[in-house]
Design a protein around this ligand. Structure first.
Ligand SMILES: C[S@@+](CC[C@H](N)C(=O)[O-])C[C@H]1O[C@@H](n2cnc3c(N)ncnc32)[C@H](O)[C@@H]1O
Length: 356
């Protein structure tokens, strides 16, 4: 049962402690759940910040919003549905690579604290957990996600399914987690950022992110990145414009989420999903397009915004990578590429890097 707020259920309230950074912590045997929520978001379903980024994005021209606002409970469920769509080759392909190469990754990295940023349902991560279990190599799992419901659910299932596994879940943004990772006794850290989520970061944001990951790791630690590769426009555009309309529902769910979190009055029926490949910038771009002139108010943010008919709000980019420039970029942040694992068609890549 997903729990949306940081408040524990009555049955577990005696297990709630407060850590030194005053974030609520729920501890039970092999499961620890930690909530790094700003006070202003304490009634909210996830750990996004207090909405300053919404005010910033909606008062810029052109308008934009950070993709983390896709992910309330319904957004996470819709993303899970996307991963099974025939057009969405990304998850299928990354799964195939993990099935082929998880043993090699576990063998190379060895005993570790596995921190996964944007862990979602951790479905693919189970392949890596299975490899560790097969090799009888110690591992603690630290999933990090802004979407509290799916993280809690997943953490509870994992400790049921893996008898020896300890899980320390962080309901948090990447930034807040990387700034202060839970202490570990294991010899290495492995930070995983799979699912093509790196593609959601602009080049500038990506540089800051690599810097943070680098600072969070010690020499000898590992970084595992799952990236989608540049390919024919038709395949890319089909993946983000599926015939069942699931991606459209996922995109427009951002408006429902904003309504709920910030007492907004977006009418999602007056907007539509638009997605296309920007070949020059090598990125898919997802927009929410206004169908008419309209005014929207987000009471909790004291914000009123006008949209013109046809005006587009950028809700997500999904960048497509080439391995050589990515390798060079990672090197400037102190990461040596150890091995790039890919599929037969070279559609997707899992890059294992080591902090120098
Ligand atoms: C594209 S999904 C990938 C999920 C999973 N890793 C996979 O490969 O299927 C991105 C995940 O990152 C989470 N997320 C998005 N923005 C985030 C942020 N700024 N901080 C922490 N988590 C975030 C979302 O809730 C979602 O679960």
């Amino acid at each position: 049962m997903p729990v949306n707020s940081p408040a524990p259920s009555p049955a577990s309230s005696s297990n709630v402690e407060h850590s030194s950074r005053s974030t609520p912590v729920l501890q039970r045997n092999r499961l620890t759940l930690e909530y790094r929520l700003p006070a202003s978001a304490s009634n909210a379903p996830n750990a996004a910040d207090g909405g300053q980024d919404v005010v910033f994005g909606l008062t810029q021209t052109p308008k934009s919003l950070p993709p983390k606002y896709f992910y309330d409970d319904r957004g996470s469920q819709l993303f899970e549905a996307i991963t099974t769509l025939p057009e969405y080759y990304l998850t299928r392909t990354e799964t195939q690579i993990l099935l082929q190469d998880a043993d090699a990754i576990a063998c190379r990295v060895g005993a570790c604290d596995l921190v996964e940023l944007g862990s979602g349902s951790s479905t693919k991560t189970r392949i890596l957990l299975d490899a560790y279990a097969r090799q009888n190599t110690p591992l603690r799992y630290v999933p990090v996600d802004v979407s509290g419901g799916i993280l809690e659910d997943t953490a509870r299932r994992l400790i049921q399914d893996y008898g020896d596994l300890s899980v320390h879940g962080l309901v948090s943004t990447y930034e807040a987690a990387l700034a202060d990772l839970p202490a570990t006794d294991l010899p290495r850290r492995l930070i995983a950022f799979i699912g093509s989520t790196l593609g959601n970061l602009s080049p500038q944001h990506c540089e800051q992110f690599f810097q943070q990951v680098s600072q969070a790791l010690q020499p000898g630690d590992y970084f595992l990145l799952g990236v989608d590769r540049h390919k024919a426009t038709a395949r890319l555009e089909a993946a983000y414009n599926d015939s069942q309309g699931v991606t459209a529902a996922f995109n427009l769910n951002m408006l429902h989420h904003l309504n709920w979190r910030f007492q907004g009055d977006f009418d999602p029926g007056q907007f539509r999903h638009v997605a296309f490949y920007n070949e020059g910038d090598r990125q898919m771009e997802l927009y929410i397009e206004s169908l008419q002139d309209q005014t929207v108010t987000l009471k909790a943010l004291d914000l009123t915004v006008t949209f013109q008919a046809g005006e587009r709000l950028l809700s997500e980019i999904s960048r497509k990578f080439e391995i050589a420039p990515l390798t060079a970029d990672l090197l400037t942040h102190g990461f040596q590429m150890v091995e790039t694992f890919t599929d037969d068609q070279q559609d997707f890549a899992l890059c294992l890097c080591q902090r120098i």
